[in-house]
Ligand binder design. Sequence first.
Ligand code: HEC
Length: 130
Amino acid sequence: MPSREFSAWKAAPLICGLLFLGKVNGEAVSLDHGAYLTIQAESGEILYQKNCARCHTVNFYEDIEVRWHSMSVLDYFYKIRGSMPADNPRSLTDIEYLELVAWVLSVNGYPSGDKPLQAKSYIGLLKFGE
Ligand code: HEC
């Protein structure tokens, strides 16, 4: 016979997990509140000039909210890390790809903040256009 008691404690880890969604060290992280450092975007612009500009104009990176709607910063990071520059994929470091993502965020008008963009799972929660 199944127990009729509802064990609320079993749900506790799930509820705690949900509360931590979108937070790093207890602080909210969102694209609208600054998900990268200005210095990352500045380095990203130099990387763009050197590695991407020969194929893509700056306009190519705009309208990310529409083109990447409901996709996350992590998806974008994986896309460029896995396949760009198209003539020499994976030729940059993870840190450099993150700087490029930071620059793309700045081009799209997302504000910088006081924490660096990092290759951690929370960036999968930072979605475009949501
Ligand atoms: C040799 C030319 C070339 C270079 C250099 C290049 N790309 Fe691309 N890129 C392409 C082509 C072709 C596509 C379309 C095919 C695809 O999506 O894989 C593309 C697609 C993309 C996409 C997906 C477009 C979208 O919004 O769906 C992104 C993002 C991107 N490139 C970023 C970059 C970044 C960042 C760099 C520099 C590190 C870079 N590319 C360098 C040729 C290039």
